[in-house]
Design a binder for this molecule. Sequence first.
Ligand code: 3H9
Length: 693
Amino acid sequence: MTQITDMVSMETEGDVAVVTVDNPPVNALSAGVRTGLYEAVTKADADDSVKSILIVCSGRTYIAGADIKEFGQAPQGTPLPDVHSAIENASKPVVSTIHGTALGGGLETALVCHYRVAVDSAKFGLPEVKLGLLPGAGGTQRLPRIVGVQKALEMMTSGDPIGAKFALECGLIDEIVDDLKEGGLAFVKKIVEEGRPLVKVSDSNDKLAEAKGNPDLFAGFRKAIARKARGFEAPEAIIQCVEAAVNSDSFEDGMKAERERFMTLVTGAQSAAQRYYFFAERQANKIPGIDKDIELIPVKSVGIIGAGTMGGGIAMNFATVGIPVTITEPDQDRLDKGLGVVRKNYERSVKSGRLTMDDVDKRMGLITPTTNIEDLKDCDLVIEAVFELMDIKKDIFTKLDSFMKDGAILASNTSALNLDEIASVTKRPEMVIGLHFFSPANVMRLLEVVRGDMTADRVLATCMAIAKKIRKVAAVSGVCPGFIGNRMLYARGVQANKMIFEGPMPWDVDRVLFDFGFPMGPFAMSDLAGLDIGWDESKSKGETIRDRLCEMGRRGQKTGQGYYNYDPKTRAKTPEPEVEKLINEFSEKKGKTRREFSDDEILERCIYPMINEGAKIIEEGMSFRPSDIDVVWVNGYGWPVYRGGPMHYADSIGLDKVAARLKEFQAQDNDDFWQPAPLIEKLVAEGKGFKDM
Ligand code: 3H9
């Protein structure tokens, strides 16, 4: 065996040169891999005793893409196009044998080989869009030539991979093999014996024909993804590259179009934010001060208290990954209703083709309903998901403490209450933790894991591992009112609610935040949640806009009216003149003079309080790092990922500018709400940002 670089080696098996990439953990195309592949292939091609070349990867996967850490750094090693040219233009067959995930630049490398084989668990995708990029090494030109234009557009704009079976059907791979290396070797030998040609994907144009002279295909696709792609630059750039693949006079012209658009994206703010976010999400799972090899508590069964929307959604997460759940609710009717909703949710996935009825039955079979809470006693983890009232929670935890087996984790789904107070009623506060799921709990990716003062490291580490298992993105918060997410949401809400008495109407504020990239603004969100949540009719004195709206029966989307009027069929919302009149009356009563607010000011008055609150959360030690806050906001509150999250956004504007604006608002409003957090002042004085922490 010859070591070509520290990441690539080569050995010969008979007359086959086997080139092995070994760059853990995911065999990214780092400089050492590119140079190694180039040198190995060039060397093997020049060696008369070699008849064919097989590329294989060590470890858990084939090449999973370009090395994301290298973007934005000075280029080193052999450029990827040179590697690809060496492979594609080799004078003897080059074959990739694939396992794990062939992603991004990895799949693009496989696509320049003359043939590809894979084990049947392998997956293939071009996920660059998730990093705000497009496949920049020929992927936009080659993939449509293999899977067809429509499918290529779908794969590249969603970033979702396909499996080996479909890859075989559409010709992305030539064979499924049982054994990665042996299967690959057998295939290479076979094609040499058969004298098969050196196939270049770039030469094949058949599958482009359906789209040639058919602009409607692209127009239809743009329309189909418009809602999901709103605000993102990469999907449109990808579509344009595929249009270039279809309509250019030559493959090279298409490659040129791809290169130009890739360069624009890779140097742009959106991709910088999305690449930052990629690492933020992975970082959030690492807990400072806890050994990564700490022994975890085995969680083989889960108990859930409360079969409402939340409890049912939480149960689905576990049943979906095969963990048995016992769900309890004192009232049989409510329990039945809750289980009915769970079944309906699963059945919806059957309609969309994501599950079979058999899958649904299997999952439902893992959920055991009971009206007796003590049936949960042997569960390894129990999650309470009942009303947000301290007394009720304390009552439940007292009960749990009396019958749960030793060593069980006791979790609360509270979204804002003091976890330490809940834990204090038990004799085992070290086993108590907050697991704050977001609604709908079976869909939303965020899990805010709340670490109490006494929570044991082992309990915390176990819950982070469980989050990964149920495919959630977890971020740790300390105990403070509202934890990370709702605490910052509250700060935004204070200013949004104040602003409407001074100038903009709710729909102006909502429009600005929607245009910023949120799925909806704070007033539309309140209408969706229901304005009467936490509102008590018997105590209402019409003192706030919300009181008045609720008194008028305008309780949000569910009543067809709230801040907005909702079309009963389409749910489209329109501003209501009565609400405007009401707000103007409140302004007058409060002695406010209404004035014009620019969209920029509306945005700053909503977002800067969040940044300031985020800084306080960090300085109080309630979050390990600024990037965890961004993970919470992107996954739990619809912050547009192409803006990285509030803390990344602050850095991208410049923390000095944010601080200066906070001070301007402080002076303008004569309100210390705006006083910049000491951490912001400190970082600004040092010429630093959150990213430097
Ligand atoms: C591209 O290819 C552009 C080209 O078109 C054109 C170029 C000109 N680079 O996710 P995990 C690290 S763009 C560097 O926890 P899993 C990751 O940070 C790229 N590092 O594992 C983590 O590090 P740590 C297109 C990477 O098993 C560790 O590996 N490709 C990269 O749950 C484990 O990661 C992609 O976008 C990378 N490319 O999932 C694929 N990938 O342990 C991105 C991972 O220090 N990667 N790391 O925290 C993934 O989707 C998942 O990592 C994968 C494994 C599915 C591969």
